[in-house]
Design a protein around this ligand. Structure first.
Ligand code: CIR
Length: 256
């Protein structure tokens, strides 16, 4: 079994990215590229992933954030229909890669879905209802995944862009969460570690195989996590100015 990490280069146009909760600050694209290269290196050397890059898309400012364009289960890959119209042209390039590994399904209009709203815990899939993901998108995910034995639950998300700005997977039945942004009751049977309340964006961690990639921006939550986990710490500060977090820059999946 090989673990694949699908990534995509930082676009030259990244300064035109979508922003919802952040004030625009100039992004140093060269520095963002260095940070992205370090991220890919960590996925290769620490998480033992094989990096597979989607074709570069210089005119699609948010294309580095591949997580939103698709999500992949062992049985099938779902190509999304991103909620931001400016991001819809990102999906064909990602689909081109994924069709080499999985049967593809897609979200059709009027459904919208960003992969950043999808959390998979074993056979349970939680999908955030956000400004990017609508009820029709969630219903389509439910219909697509039912034959494969997955249950799909819609969960409310407050005050942030995506579900994964509020909760991410630590283990099959454990999430790192910011409880100000989601209701723990929406995740029955799941245990939680709580991000430090002084670090509202700290609930985003990337589990890849046995490795955990985590941002240097959240020292308090990091200290709490390091009591039980070994973390690989990365500086993602330029990517964060585009409202991107650690999970956003890859789609990780198993391949034979
Ligand atoms: C956007 O607003 O769509 C991008 N600037 C950031 C996307 C971050 N993706 C993610 O959290 N999954």
């Amino acid at each position: 079994m090989t673990l694949i990490a699908l990534t995509r280069a930082v676009a030259a146009s990244m300064n035109q990215c979508e922003l919802t909760h952040l004030v625009r600050q100039p992004i140093d694209v060269a520095r963002a590229r260095e940070q992205h290269a370090a991220y890919e290196r960590a996925l290769e050397t620490v998480a033992h992933c094989r990096i597979v890059r989607a074709g570069e898309a210089p005119d699609l400012p948010d294309s580095v954030f591949v997580e939103d364009a698709a999500f992949v289960l062992d049985e099938v890959a779902i190509v999304t229909r991103p909620g931001a119209a400016s991001r819809r042209a990102e999906t064909p390039g990602v689909a081109d890669v994924l069709r080499q590994y999985r049967e593809l399904r897609q979200i059709d209009p009027p459904g919208t879905l960003d992969g950043g709203d999808v959390i998979v815990c074993g056979r349970r899939v939680f999908v955030g209802r956000t400004s990017r993901t609508n009820a029709e998108g969630i219903e389509q995910v439910r219909r697509i995944l039912k034959p494969f034995g997955y249950s799909v639950s819609a969960v409310a998300v407050r005050g942030c862009l995506h579900l994964k700005s509020a909760a991410t997977v630590l283990a099959e039945t454990q999430l790192l969460i910011n409880p100000d942004r989601i209701s723990p009751d929406d995740f029955p049977g799941i245990d939680f570690l709580i991000a430090d309340p002084r670090e509202p964006d700290a609930a985003n961690i990337l589990k890849a195989g046995d490795a955990y990639l985590y941002s240097s921006a959240f020292p308090r939550t990091r200290e709490m996590l390091e009591r039980s986990l070994t973390l690989t710490i990365l500086d993602m500060s330029e990517l964060a100015k585009a409202e991107g977090a650690m999970t956003c820059c890859s789609v990780i999946f198993r391949s034979a």
